[in-house]
Design a protein around this ligand. Structure first.
Ligand code: DX5
Ligand code: ZN
Length: 237
């Protein structure tokens, strides 16, 4: 279990009329990164933002911008997102026939590269790229919308990806995205997740952003202090 778990605030659940303020609040609350969900209406059934929004957010925060590209053929846009100031660009293997090439392209732009796995996509999609990645994102909901319910059947996949990244030895982060809150954090951290993306748990929290981030940190501490289960659905933890 990584004792340096990071929390990334997903602005998808923030008020889009006040995004700059939302990002500043998340930074003041102690979030470790800002997660930006880019959707094209093809790869996922929703539309969000593009490079101009990343460039605008770059001006209001020092936090890393963790940009999750839920778009077809991401190779067309990685350069624009890099120029806009993205620190991490995460692509889906289901969205490109040239996963290795797009990871190389991202690195050539001086940006960290991540790969995101949909719920039905196996961890074997990381074969032959795991050793060059900086982050793997396990989707714990089907991508496209905030506020969905966590899929517990993803826990063995998180554990499997942890083993793959440990074997690769590059120190890549293991991100989880979807339904992350105080109840699910201990489960995913026990399986080795160390980059937790949370949207509605931060920006839709009735107690406000600062208290919400504090509560998520508290849940991470609970995970540190709870003995990990030895077996989850047959996968060693
Ligand atoms: C969903 C996005 C997530 C989303 C998570 O497709 O990738 O980043 O914002 O939202 P919550 O935390 O509300 O499940
Ligand atoms: Zn996301």
């Amino acid at each position: 279990m990584n004792k340096n778990v990071r929390i990334a605030a997903s602005i998808l659940s923030a008020d889009f009329a006040y995004l700059g303020a939302a990002v500043e609040m998340a930074e003041a609350a102690g979030a470790d990164a800002i997660h930006v969900d880019v959707m094209d209406g093809h790869f996922v059934p929703n539309l969000t933002v593009g490079p101009p929004m990343v460039a605008a957010l770059r001006k209001v925060t020092h936090l890393p911008l963790d940009v999750h590209l839920m778009i077809e053929a991401p190779e067309r846009y990685v350069e624009a997102f890099a120029q806009a100031g993205a620190d991490v660009l995460t692509v889906h293997p289901e969205a490109t026939p040239h996963l290795h090439r797009v990871v190389q392209q991202i690195h050539d732009l001086g940006v960290q590269a991540g790969v995101a796995l949909n719920p039905a996509t196996p961890e074997s999609s990381l074969d032959y790229v795991a050793s060059i990645l900086d982050l793997v994102l396990v989707m714990t909901v089907n991508p496209g919308f905030g506020g969905q319910e966590f899929l517990p059947e993803m826990l063995p996949k998180i554990a499997a990806v942890r083993r793959i990244l440990d074997a690769a030895g590059r120190g890549a982060r293991l991100s989880v995205d979807g339904g992350i809150n105080v109840a699910t954090i201990p489960l995913v951290v026990a399986q080795g997740a160390d980059h937790l993306v949370a949207g509605s748990a931060i920006f839709s929290a009735p107690e406000g952003v600062a208290a919400a981030v504090r509560a998520l940190r508290g849940a991470v501490l609970v995970a540190y202090n709870t003995p990990a289960p030895s077996v989850v659905n047959g996968a060693g933890a």
